[in-house]
Ligand binder design. Sequence first.
Ligand code: MEV
Length: 337
Amino acid sequence: MSKEEFKSSDYLPRFRASSYESERMGKGSGKGKTILFGEHFVVYGLPAIAAGISSETTAEVTRIDEPGWTLDDDRPAMPGYKNEKADEQEVSINNVIDFTGVDLSKRGIHIRFAGNLVCASGIGASAASCVALARALDDEFDLGYDDERVNEAAYEGEKGYHGTPSGIDNTASTFGGLVWYVRDLDGGPPVFNKMKLDKPVHLVIASTGLTASTKEVVGDVRAKKEEDPDWFEKIEDEYKDVVYQGRDALLNMDLKEVGTLMDRNHELLRQLTVSCRELNDLVEVARKSGALGAKMTGTGRGGNMIAIAQTKEEAKKIASVLEDNGAAGVWTTSFGV
Ligand code: MEV
């Protein structure tokens, strides 16, 4: 697929504003993220580590004369992504608006999503749009939200994409940086701490081009866990070692060890059946081209993989090999400082 095709938006908006009240608008943004350790395990209260990336989704909110809301979704996206997520997006937007209590029954709003985050499974695109919308509503309606409140609103939005989000995506999207995150299974606030590293870690993100349903994949893992709790517990126990050692290795900047642990985390995700051939192939390509470690990231069964590299130059080299070997899209970025 050419770069042009990959960057183009494949979504025809279902809703359009017929009249804008004024040029004044509320604005907000939310960052994309990758999960370095712990997707799926985080749903069950195990710690996970996520890194906010610099690409972001922006939202603009403009008041209109008609009730309700209308939408232009101008985010760049992988082909098919927006259509597949359209129904969930509608629920998500309603959830965020309901959370804020903004009354659109007489006069509504037009929402425009844009930004440089390319929407794909695994990059936190849904969370980034929820955070951006919460911030734009706050800006337009003077809600007085701090980041905590934005994060709470975005969490409600995430429920539109799947019923039981762990909250890691909206938290990484709201606060950015490198985040250690533990969900409270009793419904209380999560524990999360920002991790600061001595130097940036260079990251390559590659997309399979396939869109996955988080709701379906998380539901499937839950069903498997309920069917065979012993099998799940064994994998969980091994994962616990991985994530605690992963945190230490990151804080010590032992990138070789971080890479080895990412490889182990990928293997555990394979055992959970959330990886797929396309992801495994990209992971293999990244490892063979010099990555210190590589794994799928996010929901899985499509979406993205990540790989870490010793230097920026190495990351670029790995990215270019991935581009020539089946990746539908490739990005390089860094995290940690
Ligand atoms: C999705 O980015 C991460 C999952 O662990 C779901 C969640 O944490 O809500 C698969």
